[in-house]
Ligand binder design. Structure first.
Ligand SMILES: *Cc1c(COP(=O)(O)O)cnc(C)c1O
Length: 388
């Protein structure tokens, strides 16, 4: 056996949060606990039937069985551009301003490879999606943590970023509607971000995975709706959360043509594009009637209402989500986020995610995902009540 040693970039990785939680869950299930898993952001609802049927037809076509095009089928990219026009009134050139992705995680993780040199800084919101700092690390960049705090409505405070950091910053990630806090950003915040990016030549990468999972008929804005946004950045989108397609691995990036081209160059070296049959089915997904989506949103809204009323009724402080399918709650006195998650799992068989797993500023919080049927959510609240 030769000596097999991991590269430093892998050794330096924090453990992937959900692996640790999976292990906790596995042990609880093995010891006979009926676990209500509210830890992972993977919808329990199947992909709508018309999308599955479009896939069944598409997969039979031999022309889809060959290598796909790198940037994505023009018909898919055109469907994306048309949707942006209808939904956000943003005009995109499907040839240069839209790129198909193998799920948005892939693009989010790869974009620093195109633009970040060793020693460059990437501005990373925290608590946040772990892929932002990890993609930065893999590119040899340095993450500068922008805390997103309750007292600032979970928006980063750009004013406290030191000038030398802004000088070295090459790229900034933002994510609204936000995972894990479920916060939304107003247009004025994005305007501030665009102005900052222009002053310091910072590429903005906005992660909009949850833009269509919204409540109370209040659709969130797109970063690209802001004047000048397309000069400074791109927006990542995913079909995963909007259409319950997490397993299909399809998403897209849109916006600044030079940033799209840079990311496209990395992708053309690393992957061979998304399966054309999936792209064809995704066109059917993007054209989903609003009534179907409204019904999906309503399902999550009912769950949100039950969970929000339940947890606040128990005296927990919860940020009421306007979008996303997460509830971000303060852990009660006497616990930190990890000990509270362990307590709920051991005593109540309810699994949440410790806030600290999304970064140090997430300490003191727990995230519950609304990815179980409403009866199970009601039961989770009842069980939590008994162990508080
Ligand atoms: C789920 C999620 C994504 C992306 O998921 P894909 O399935 O890779 O498209 C991106 N960002 C955030 C914040 C998410 O929670």
């Amino acid at each position: 056996m030769i000596k097999i040693e991991l590269a430093d970039r892998v050794k330096n990785l924090p453990p992937y949060l959900f692996e640790t939680i999976d292990e906790m869950k596995r042990q609880a299930v093995a010891s006979g606990v009926d676990v209500i898993d509210l830890s992972i952001g993977d919808p329990d609802i199947p992909t709508p039937k018309h999308i599955v049927e479009a896939m069944q037809a598409a997969v039979a076509k031999p022309e889809h069985h060959q290598y796909p095009s790198y940037a994505g089928m023009l018909s898919y990219r055109t469907a994306v551009a048309d949707w942006y026009k209808t939904r956000f009134n943003v005009t995109l050139d499907p040839k240069t301003e839209v790129l198909a992705l193998l799920g948005s995680k892939e693009g989010i993780g790869h974009v620093p490879l195109a633009f970040v040199n060793p020693g460059d800084i990437v501005l990373v919101p925290s608590p946040g999606y772990p892929v932002y700092p990890v993609g930065t690390l893999f590119a040899g960049g340095e993450s500068y943590i922008m805390p997103i705090l309750e007292q600032n409505n979970y928006l980063p405070d750009f004013k406290i970023i030191p000038p030398d950091v802004l000088k070295r910053a090459k790229l900034m990630y933002l994510n609204y509607p936000n995972n894990p806090t479920s916060a939304c950003a107003p247009k004025s915040f994005f305007e501030e971000a665009v102005a900052l990016a222009k002053r310091h030549d910072i590429i903005i990468c906005h992660d909009a995975a949850y833009s269509e999972v919204y409540f109370d008929d209040k659709p969130p804005v797109s970063f690209l709706e802001i004047e000048g946004a397309k000069e400074v950045g791109i927006e990542f989108h995913s079909l995963s959360k909007t259409y319950n397609m997490t397993g299909w691995r399809i998403g897209f990036a849109v916006g600044n043509a030079a940033v799209i081209a840079g990311l496209g160059r990395i992708k053309s070296q690393l992957d061979s594009g998304a399966f054309h049959a999936i792209q064809e089915a995704s066109i059917a997904a993007i054209k989903t009637e609003d009534a179907v989506l409204a019904k999906l949103r309503n399902t999550f809204q009912e769950r949100r209402d039950v969970m929000y009323a339940g947890l606040t009724g128990l005296g927990l402080k919860v940020n009421k989500p306007q979008a996303s399918f997460y509830l971000w709650a303060n852990v009660p006195k006497g616990y930190d986020s990890t000990s509270f998650v362990a307590h709920l799992l051991e005593k109540a068989g309810v699994l949440g995610t410790p806030g600290v797993g999304f970064g140090a500023p997430g300490e003191g919080y727990i995230r519950f995902a609304l990815t179980q049927k409403i009866d199970r959510i009601k039961e989770a609240v009842e069980r939590i009540k008994k162990v508080l």
